[in-house]
Design a protein around this ligand. Structure first.
Ligand SMILES: [Zn+2]
Length: 116
């Protein structure tokens, strides 16, 4: 018998860490944690191509880590549970450098949140 099948919490926690583990996804989560954001806003914050960011957003949404809402032409993404930021910050505290740089503000972004 598979031990893990009796202990879905462990399995789910492992999946959660695997899903968020890449540097790009951590950056996206930290950026979204600073306030809900559309893909063009994330592009101007992080400097990645939109297609690359969208691909990660899709995986994060599928894993129910983020949720999205549409407003006009824009789709805004946010953390489903903002407490995830604490988990990431606490994980960073175990590293040698100990602190996470604050997300850089978006520049040259023309989403409604930036131009309003
Ligand atoms: Zn923006």
């Amino acid at each position: 018998m598979n031990v893990l099948s009796q202990n879905t919490t462990i399995e789910e926690t492992s999946e959660l860490f695997q899903t968020i583990a890449s540097a790009a996804r951590l950056e996206i989560l930290l950026a979204i944690g600073a306030g809900e954001a559309c893909v063009c806003h994330l592009e101007s914050m992080l400097g990645y191509r939109q297609a690359y960011i969208s691909q990660h957003l899709m995986a994060l949404r599928k894993a129910k880590i983020i949720e999205s809402r549409r407003e006009g032409r824009y789709i805004y993404h946010r953390l489903r549970k903002p407490e995830l930021l604490d988990v990431i910050r606490q994980a960073a505290a175990f590293t040698d450098s100990k602190t996470l740089a604050a997300p850089t503000p978006a520049k040259d972004c023309c989403c409604p949140k930036c131009i309003s």
